[in-house]
Ligand binder design. Structure first.
Ligand SMILES: [Zn+2]
Length: 152
């Protein structure tokens, strides 16, 4: 399942990526026409609160999930309804640019992460596109907790 999340729902897009879900995030510079085209071409479910865009998508037979709530948990519940998050995929994708992460030698991140992070973690990943470094810190536990609470 792949999504295209519109620019008003940035936090939701980030969380879907945390879950390892392929999520295209629409920045302001992309026109609605283009968003519809990408959704159709890449078979992405459009996630938006833009009523006009919802109507236009429906006319083009693009699957849409309208999200009007501002509550993140409710947003995630709505979007991930009928979807089981594969917990092995959590933190497998860059939250900034959606690229699949690759593992990186611990030695190579030594000067690039805070010292305590380096000392307390064995495994690190890097985004081959934007070079952001990831590790299973407190954020990882928070993500796992949230996903578990959603799947109940
Ligand atoms: Zn990245």
């Amino acid at each position: 399942m792949k999504f295209l999340v519109d620019q008003m729902l940035g936090t939701l897009a980030k969380w879907l990526r945390f879950c390892g879900i392929d999520t295209f995030y629409a920045t302001q510079s992309i026109q609605d026409d283009k968003l519809l085209e990408i959704s159709k071409k890449e078979n992405r479910i459009l996630v938006t609160r833009d009523k006009e865009l919802i109507l236009r998508a429906q006319k083009k037979d693009i699957r849409v999930i309208p999200v009007f709530t501002r509550d993140l948990d409710e947003q995630l519940n709505k979007v991930l309804d009928n979807t089981t998050v594969d917990t092995t995929q959590i933190l497998s994708r860059c939250s900034l640019c959606n690229t699949k992460l690759i593992s990186i030698d611990r030695e190579q991140v030594k000067d690039k992460v805070p010292k305590n992070v380096y000392q307390t973690n064995e495994t690190f990943w890097i985004c081959p596109n934007c070079h952001k470094i990831y590790w299973k810190g407190s954020h990882y536990d928070e993500i796992i907790q949230k996903i578990k609470s959603l799947n109940q």
